[in-house]
Write a protein that binds this ligand. Structure first.
Ligand code: MTE
Ligand code: MO
Length: 378
């Protein structure tokens, strides 16, 4: 059994699949703190967790198709100046279960908690490349993409792999790091120990765990996950007509918010005839969240949420972390039930689509419509 050596996991994680292991925490736990503890941070594995001995671990760097790889130990990486960033990582399939209510989709049935926010400490990718004697010119057309290969492999020994545009990876302000710590602690096995790529502002799938190899390339990764998965399509595209070569790989995710408190379909006790609503919001590409609007009357009245947690130091355009928000909304007397909606606005004034019907896609990715939560009142 290739899954015989999986790590021990928190009982708080709710599994969407066991082999490979995929799980998310109860959404209400996400809003309890700005930094998501590693043991309840969602886990998205495509393959068995690899067994890696830190002492014999090597990271390979390949500068181009015609060069020999250079390899580094974990110690080599740790000697480089450490950098800490706050970044949320979100799966492209976060909130897929809501999209599948419109029409079935293919993919793990994620709720709204396939996302977490953490600090990540490691070496800048650009520093590691310099250590390898590489300092690619931003205009070098032979370096258009940076590939990350994991040490987790399928039965044919094909590793998990993905790539990101060189314009992101090689920009020192892109803040791409090779991380060995999460929230100030060594990375755990489920989150990529001993080293993972953190590509802030970019979909989870490109944040490669158990990093084995970095390759500078003129072309994108040819991996299944880059080419034939994690892409968006028209609501009219079905499995008979889909052509994966026609859509770009998802990189920056669109703006999203979700309500984490109250829990859907529960009975809520009002305080002073008001309902307490809490959630998270985030946008890809480093775009800060500038506003979250909440309504309990289908948008006749929008209440602007208060921000409870946000990385205040981060610039508007390099804001990798999520925003936690809260709203206290007055409820008309004798109301028996409410449907709460949330929508976020990012620094580019992008906002969320109103419903899933017109953003539905066969893989159930990019599920960022208004979040709608129905509760009864006591
Ligand atoms: N890296 C490797 N090597 N193997 C994987 O299966 N899954 C990716 C990404 N990196 C994956 C990987 C996906 S799809 C996501 S959403 C994130 O890791 C999840 O990171 P987490 O498990 O630390 O939350
Ligand atoms: Mo993912």
């Amino acid at each position: 059994d290739p899954y015989a050596f999986e790590p021990v996991r928190s009982y708080l994680l709710k599994a969407t699949s066991m082999k490979p292991f995929n799980a998310e925490p109860p959404p209400s736990m996400l809003v309890e703190q700005f930094l998501t503890p590693a043991d309840i941070f969602y886990v998205r594995n495509h393959l068995p967790v690899p067994i890696i001995d830190e002492d014999s671990y090597r990271l390979e760097i390949q500068g181009g198709p015609h060069t020999q790889p250079v390899s580094f130990t974990l110690e080599d990486i740790k000697k480089l100046p450490p950098v800490t960033i706050t970044a949320a990582i979100m799966c492209a399939g976060n909130r897929r279960s809501e999209m599948s209510q419109v029409k079935p989709v293919k993919g793990l049935s994620w709720g709204p908690a396939a996302v977490g926010n953490a600090t990540w400490t490691g070496a800048r990718l650009t520093d590691v490349l310099k250590l390898a004697g590489l300092n690619p010119d931003p205009d070098d057309t032979n370096v258009q993409h940076v590939h990350f290969e994991g040490l987790d492999m399928d039965l044919a020994r094909v590793p998990y792999a993905a790539s990101v545009p060189a314009s992101k990876a090689l920009d020192p302000r892109g803040d791409v790091i090779l991380a060995y710590e999460m929230n100030g602690e060594p990375l755990t096995r489920d989150h990529g120990a001993p080293l993972r790529a953190v590509v802030p502002g970019v979909v989870g799938a490109r944040n490669v765990k158990w990093l084995g190899k970095v390759i500078l390339s003129p072309a994108e990764s040819t991996s299944h996950w880059q080419q034939n998965d994690y892409k968006g399509f028209s609501p009219s595209t079905d499995w008979d007509t889909v052509d994966f070569s026609k859509s770009p790989a998802i990189q920056e995710l669109p703006v999203i918010s979700a309500i984490c408190v109250p829990v859907p379909d529960t009975k809520v006790e009002l305080k002073n005839q008001k309902i307490d609503v809490q959630g998270y919001a985030w946008s890809g590409g480093g775009k800060a969240i500038v506003r979250v609007d909440v309504t309990i009357d289908q948008g006749r009245t929008w209440h602007v949420a208060k921000f409870m947690g946000q990385d205040k130091q981060a610039p508007l355009t390099r804001h990798w972390g999520w925003t936690l928000w809260q709203a206290t909304i007055p409820v008309e007397p004798n109301t028996k039930e409410v449907e709460i909606w949330s929508k976020a606005v990012d620094a580019s004034y992008n906002t969320q689509p109103e419903s899933f019907s017109n953003v539905w896609n066969l893989r159930g990715v990019l599920a960022n419509a208004y979040h709608r939560v129905r509760v009864s009142l006591s």
